[in-house]
Design a protein around this ligand. Structure first.
Ligand SMILES: [Zn+2]
Length: 102
């Protein structure tokens, strides 16, 4: 995942900064000395400070969120179709196939 990519949150942040299944864009990326990677996904940081799990402190007016909470967004026909709708459509197809088997 790199700057400019669309990503989807796969795990809600412990403080709800990012929410599972919501889509975000990567505006900036920070790689810590410890190897931890975090992204600026456009979330405002009211404390102007971020702390890496290794305790290193970074000043930033964006809330840097661990890259572990994101996965690359897989395009599904059109970006205008939400992930939830796509999931529903898949479920319907599976159900129809099941009926035919019966
Ligand atoms: Zn670190």
């Amino acid at each position: 995942m790199k700057i400019g990519d669309r990503v989807v949150c796969i795990k809600t942040h412990s403080q709800g900064v990012v929410v599972k299944d919501r889509e975000y864009s990567i505006y900036a990326k920070r790689v810590c000395k410890c190897g931890d990677v975090s992204f600026d996904v456009g979330i405002e940081n009211l404390h102007n400070m971020n702390q890496c799990p290794c305790k290193q402190i970074y000043q930033s007016d964006a809330h840097l969120v661990s890259s572990k909470l994101f996965a690359p967004l897989q395009p599904f026909k059109s970006n205008s179709i939400s992930k939830a709708l796509a999931k529903e459509a898949m479920k319907e197809i599976v159900e129809q196939e099941t009926l035919e088997v019966c």
